[in-house]
Each structure stands twice: as C-alpha cells, then as structure tokens.
Design a protein around this ligand. Sequence first.
Ligand SMILES: [Zn+2]
Length: 247
Amino acid sequence: MKENGQQSPLMKATREAIGDIAVSDSLIHEFVKDFFPKVNEQGAQLFDANGNLPVAREERDMMIEELTEKFGDIFNILRIDRNDPNSMNTPHRLAKMWVNELFAGRFEAAPKITVFPNRKQVDELIISRNITVMSVCSHHWQPISGTCAIGYIPGDHVLGLSKLSRIVEWFSRRGQIQEELGEQIADFIEDIIKPKALGVVIESKHYCMIARGVNESEDKASMVTSVMRGSLRDELPLRNEFLTLIR
Ligand SMILES: [Zn+2]
C-alpha cells in the first residue's frame, strides 16, 4: 500500500463493499493482498507477462524509480551489502534493464508495419531466417536465446523483411513461453497480410534448463517449436520445402 494516501481500485472496491464498518486501510490491505489483484498499487491494469499495453516514457521512468527501490529490498533480503562497489548501482541497472529492454515489448506500441502490393503475384515462399530471439521465460525469468525463421506465401501483400525482425523482437521482449511466442508472431503477421501460407519456426536455448534445474549443457539443450498456417499446414511437400530451406 502506498503511504501517500492513494488507494488502489481494489482497496476502494473492498472499502465500498464493507460499507460503514470502521476498518483501517492496513486491515483491508491485509485482507485483499492474498488475492491476485487486477490492478497494481498505482491503479494500473495488470496483464499477462506476454501481453502489451503501451506505457508513456515518463510513466516508464517512474516505474524504473519504483523498481529500483524494490530491487534494493531484494538485495537486503539476499544480504548483499551495497557498499560493495560492484553492487552499489545494480538495483537501478536491473530496474532499467527490465523496463527498457527485457520487458520493453510489454510497454512499447506495436512496430509500424508497411505492406507492399504483391504486384508480380508472387506465389512462392518468402523466407527470413536467423532472426534473433532474445526473450525471458515467464516461469523462471531466465533468458531464452535463439533464432526464428519465418516463411510465407503472400496473398495480395508482401512485408518488408526487416519488419519480420521487428515483429519477432517486439514479441520476444516480454516474459514468454516459446510455444506462445510462435503463435503470437503468426497471429500478428496473419492479421496484417493474410498470407496463403505461413510458418514460424523457433529454435532456442532456455537458460532455466541450463543454469538451474536439470542443468542441461549449453550446446546440447535446445527447444524447437513450429507454427504452420494455411497451405504450409495442409500441404506436406510445401512444408518439406520450407523446412529444407530454413535448415
Ligand atoms: Zn523457464
């Protein structure tokens, strides 16, 4: 609960629900804090780790300030002395990194996508491969690092190839699971250009499998997911061609 007297919508709603009974704010807070809220203490809507709700730059800077303080608390819990010169500014570094980089896709508006008419009636696969995937797993907040290949057969429109990289980056910079990342990328592209065929193949390393847990070796452990839509889903020879071309 904020000390400045501002109440979250959840706190307000609870107070309204209990009517005239005299109960302190801190008691209500004790009561509601065990339920997963729909809004945070500032009244901002909470949404899935891999969702997106754009946040203005100034507001993101406020998030960084607040997060720096909370990371400081975490350092105290972990008994890290911040007189240690290497740790002194780490809470602030972490706060900037999560808001501006690792989770940027949650807060930035979708990349502007220009489409071009498919004047030559291209009816073959257009492929972009080795697109960087740098994400974070929602389960452990550990890096997911890999590549993505996207292929499509256009309908009436084609995309600038660099836009595919932008789309992958935008969806990667969030808490993700790889299965949903591929689906989100495919949904987004389908919406924009309505291709006749679309394939999204991601291969990546999950550091939650490497740094912890089963301690997989870095060069062996990888996860592959594929999303096939339209004729890439229905026509086996086309799918084989795609999988050969992206190898
Ligand atoms: Zn994980």
